[in-house]
Design a protein around this ligand. Structure first.
Ligand code: HEM
Length: 400
């Protein structure tokens, strides 16, 4: 078979698709279609995440090439990406990560619980006021993470409504496998607005510290971040905390609507919320593939990887590897242990993992309890996606 990480079969039935791919081509295989080594087993994907010595995360060269010949505004969008630590290697990565890691402690994140509950409650009130069918995607899964991240950044009121639009436009650059082909206008415009807004906001926080995580980063004892880097970090948090969590919620809500038994079981078992969210991450986690570049010639899963070649760490395949997960195609809300790799691993392990988990747990629990009669309003559109992640889709539901 010709491996195609964006094909419908790999998205619809990853357990079956990747089992066949591994059986035919092994744990690490060259894909002519993707012009990359594709890593498919849990063991090799986890090893790849840990191997920052030989696999680089640096994508600055690709973005800078994409900016050549483009407008000054597009250049500034790319400049902002220099602070995106997920696209950097040490030592830049270490310098950028330190103040963020100091702010995103488990204690600081659990301190956001009350705020998250209030935000979810507000969204549920809005849904309750609607007559007839609602779209849980547009009315719940999309606004929630943007509102939560606004609270993390200490942005309140009307300004936070703009977050969603900016994030959508910048996503088109960051998530693109070919940044050079991206339509320049919306990206440049969003980046300008974004940067202007955050530059002013950071100045305010610098003068008047508040209790937001951003304020902690701005006044961090680790210190040392340039103003443009702080603005870039804000955009990373907004993007990293928004697109991903929204997709997790959409995939999970769609699954719960399609499976009345699963929905009823979860509603009746709040004690399973933690393991359930891990399982939702395993089967519908937003990140399907993380790209890396080989820094040097080396062997990976018995294959000769050359310096400069692209390596795709396929999270979707790893999370359905029967060597680690029994019956990987089945949903088991009590699966434990569940070493799913949806938040990555190693040096670049997701800094917002605990926040995303908390948000998903609160959102699902409060929704199930508020609307026990929730059911699909017609057919839920099938899951769609591409190599890197999933596409959006409406999730039509009747709540009463
Ligand atoms: C379901 C939601 C989320 C998923 C699936 C997710 C996934 C990931 C993954 C796979 C990585 C590793 C990237 C790599 O190895 O190249 C990562 C890194 C990162 N994530 Fe998340 N993330 C989520 C939510 C969040 C949230 C809510 C935030 C912040 C508010 C966040 C901030 C970050 C940051 C700053 C990094 C970079 C870490 C580094 O490079 O050292 N993420 N995320």
């Amino acid at each position: 078979m010709e491996l195609d990480l964006g094909c419908e079969a790999s998205i619809r039935d990853p357990a079956e698709y990747f089992a066949r791919a591994r059986a035919e081509g092994g744990d690490v295989q060259w894909s002519e279609r993707h012009r990359a080594w594709v890593v498919l087993s849990h063991g090799e994907v986890a090893a790849g995440f840990r191997d920052s010595e030989r696999l680089s995360s640096d994508r600055m060269g690709t973005f800078e090439r994409a900016a050549r010949g483009r407008s000054a505004a597009f250049h500034r969008a790319v400049e902002m990406l220099h602070a995106w630590l997920n696209f950097r290697d040490p030592p830049a990565h270490t310098r950028l990560r330190e103040p963020l890691a100091a702010a995103f402690t488990p204690r600081a994140v659990s301190g956001l619980e009350g705020r998250i509950r209030a935000i979810v409650s507000g969204r549920l009130d809005a849904l309750a006021a609607a007559d007839g069918a609602v779209d849980l995607s547009a009315g719940f899964a999309r606004p929630l993470p943007a509102l939560v991240i606004a609270a993390v950044l200490g942005v309140e009121g009307e300004e936070r409504e703009q977050f969603q639009g900016w994030s959508d436009d910048i996503a088109s650059l960051v998530f693109s496998l070919q940044p050079g082909a991206v339509d320049e206008g919306p990206v440049a415009h969003a980046a300008e607005e974004f940067m202007g807004f955050f530059a002013r906001h950071i100045e305010r926080v610098r003068r008047e510290p508040d209790d937001s995580l951003l304020s902690y980063v701005v006044h961090s004892p680790a210190g040392g971040l340039e103003p443009v880097e702080l603005v870039g970090l804000c955009t990373l948090l907004l993007f990293g905390g928004h697109e991903t969590t929204t997709t997790l919620l959409i995939n999970t809500l769609a699954l719960l609507l399609e499976r009345p038994g699963l929905r009823a079981w979860l509603r009746a078992h709040p004690e399973a919320d933690e393991t359930a969210v891990e399982e939702f991450m395993r089967i519908g986690g937003p990140a399907r593939v993380m790209p890396r570049k080989a820094r040097l010639d080396h062997e990976r899963g018995g294959q000769p990887v050359r310096a400069g070649e692209t390596v795709f760490l396929c999270i979707a395949a790893a999370n359905h590897d029967p060597a680690v997960f029994s019956r990987p195609g089945e949903v088991d809300l009590l699966r434990d242990p569940n070493p799913q790799l949806g938040f990555g691993w190693g040096l670049h392990y997701c800094l917002g993992a605990n926040l995303a988990r908390l948000e998903a747990r609160i959102a699902l629990r409060m929704l199930l309890e508020r609307f026990p009669a929730m059911r699909p309003a017609g057919e839920v559109p099938p899951v769609r996606g591409g190599v890197m992640g999933f596409g959006r889709r409406p999730v039509p539901a009747l709540l009463r």
